[in-house]
Unconditional design. Sequence first.
Length: 231
Amino acid sequence: MDDMWRLSGECMVGFARRPRGWRSALPSALSPLFGPIAVIGVRYDVSPVGPYIELSVAEPARLGLRTGLCVTTMAVTSPAARALCRQRWELPTEVAAMTWSGDSEERSLVWEEREIVLRGRPRGPWLPVILPLRSLQGGPSGPVVAPRRMRGRLRMAAVVVEAPEGDRLATLAGRHPGVMSGALSMVAHPPRRPTGLFSSIPLRVPNLAPGPEPAGLTATMAELRAYGSVG
């Protein structure tokens, strides 16, 4: 298998304001950052393990001076994808029964066991983008940094999250600003252990409070770039 994962499909991302009382599930090696929590739904048509659906929740985080997004919840429909995501990137992946459907421009993802629904409706024009992203994860062997690069056409979107009362994600329920891509292409580089003088400087931010909702495309792109410097 190629060291780099190449995937393509379509996705929707909602940027949820951090709710009061949110219990972060970040690994102890990472420090939390202010910013919205990303709720991500993806339908991959092409991947090294074949087509599959993914739902994940990612929180802004810092490792030393490196900023990025840490996936704290992740479900996929492919056992092979689960195994490799855990082995290669130390992602907290589980296998779940999920469906993806579309009606005109709207897209819906349903996580059947947990009765979680992610629904997106785009608005505005398509915009071509190339975004560097960075995933920060922690595991038994220590933290890992995984650069990624996304290319595609994005539209602003309204993304609705539904979750039953009592579910950990219920506090993220509601309507959020977001983006959708109907032609997503992703390259996931091999993970690496952080090295260097500033790799482990603790910069913790205590008592996180809810921040403002991202306002429009400029704020959304600024958030993505802030978490996405490769390295």
